[in-house]
Design a protein around this ligand. Structure first.
Ligand code: GLU
Length: 376
């Protein structure tokens, strides 16, 4: 049984584990925390748990809250240093709030602050999986945010949409609900006359990306539709449904699920754990550019052989995750390299029979083995 409709997100049989992401503009208003609204959402979360669903919260708002306390302009997003300081101040208040409001329903909150690297490194990713599973088994509601105070520019999500999708993967959740200040994805800029809300999207194609407009409309979060579509892509590859819905109303989960107002992205396939993790990786150490023949072979499920590689980019070690791209620049696959970048460059264009002589030692069967590769 699979999720096919927005209402399925409230069905414990179809959606046992749900990730709910709450955007900054929902949590923090002009006059500080929107407490009454949050109390309503927490009541919905408690009701979901009573129905037998396990809920994980991804909560933004640390930067917005901290900026207000510290009196920083631009909502604390003027510089990375401001954002990091604001997050350090705001996060305390944010977790305290979730703990208090969930506690009023007899639910224990648990805080996890993650960085991009925590989920890009396979061992740390599995560690996060274990912690989340244990917390859910113990009946707690994990409340997650990016560890903004230590995440530097190069190694940060920067938006909680993709973080939520990666967390859903790690937690093997059935669905993600991104609550934001828009009703969902529109076929064009929602400010334009005649713009239509898309109830369902199968596959985040180039055409779908073209519908997304710019960054965060509230100016408070950093997401916007672009990062929501990236999140949908990560979820889609992991076989997880993802919905975008507005949180600007009271009881936003019911509005998205009972009234079915939102956009539901349906997954088209389900990669097994390791491959899903690899497909959702956001930072890769390098790239192997391949010819058309190799691209066809990959599509048929073959490993990548050195003969089909035409260019090697980046400095990677054996075992690092690399992108496999066409000459035209399209990313075809992610995989773990069997050789480091120098060796790949030495072997590229050569048939397997020549490898031993080129390397001076027994070669491996492929540059990227099919078991360590996910075709995108
Ligand atoms: N982690 C940021 C915060 O807590 C929010 C990121 C986002 O806007 O998605 O303020």
């Amino acid at each position: 049984m699979k999720i096919t409709r927005l209402s399925d997100l409230a069905d414990a049989a179809l959606c046992r584990r749900l990730v709910v992401k709450v955007g900054s503009s929902l949590l923090v208003g002009k006059h500080g925390v929107r407490r009454a609204w949050l109390e309503g959402l927490v009541a919905e979360i408690a009701a979901a748990r009573a129905r037998g669903q396990e809920v994980i919260v991804v909560s933004s708002g640390a930067i917005a809250l901290g900026a207000a306390k510290l009196g920083l302009d631009k909502g604390g997003r003027g510089s990375l240093a401001d954002a990091q300081a604001a997050a350090a101040v705001g996060q305390i208040a944010l977790s305290g709030l979730w703990a208090e409001l969930l506690g009023a329903h007899g639910v224990t909150a648990a805080q996890l602050l993650l960085t991009l690297e925590d989920l890009e490194d396979r061992r740390r990713y599995l560690n996060a999986t274990a912690t989340l599973t244990r917390l859910l088994d113990a009946g707690a509601v994990p409340v997650i945010n990016e560890n903004d105070s230590v995440a530097t520019q190069e190694i940060r999500f920067g938006d909680n949409d993709r973080l939520a999708a990666r967390v859903a993967q790690a937690a093997q959740a059935n669905a993600v609900l991104l609550l934001s200040d828009v009703d969902g994805l529109f076929d064009r800029n929602p400010a334009e006359a005649g713009a239509q809300l898309l109830p369902e999207v199968r596959g985040v194609t180039a055409e779908v990306h073209a519908m997304a407009t710019g960054g965060s409309s509230s100016g408070m979060g950093s997401g916007g539709m672009t990062s929501k579509l990236q999140a949908a892509e990560i979820a889609e590859r992991a076989g997880i449904a993802l919905a975008i819905a507005s949180g600007l109303h009271d009881a936003p989960i019911a509005r998205a699920t009972s009234d079915a107002i939102g956009t539901l992205f349906l997954p088209r396939r389900k990669d097994a754990g390791r491959k899903a993790w690899l497909g959702g990786r956001l930072r890769l150490k390098g790239a192997l550019v391949i010819d058309a023949g190799a691209a066809r072979a990959l599509g048929k499920g073959s490993s990548l052989l050195a003969a089909g590689v035409i260019r090697v980019e980046g400095e990677f070690q054996r075992g690092d995750a690399v992108a496999i791209r066409s000459d035209a620049g399209a990313t075809l696959a992610h995989g773990l390299a069997e050789y480091d970048a120098l060796e790949c460059a030495r072997l590229m264009g050569h048939n397997s029979a020549e490898h031993a002589a080129l390397l001076g030692y027994a070669p491996r069967s492929a540059v990227v083995h099919r078991d360590q590769m996910v075709v995108l």
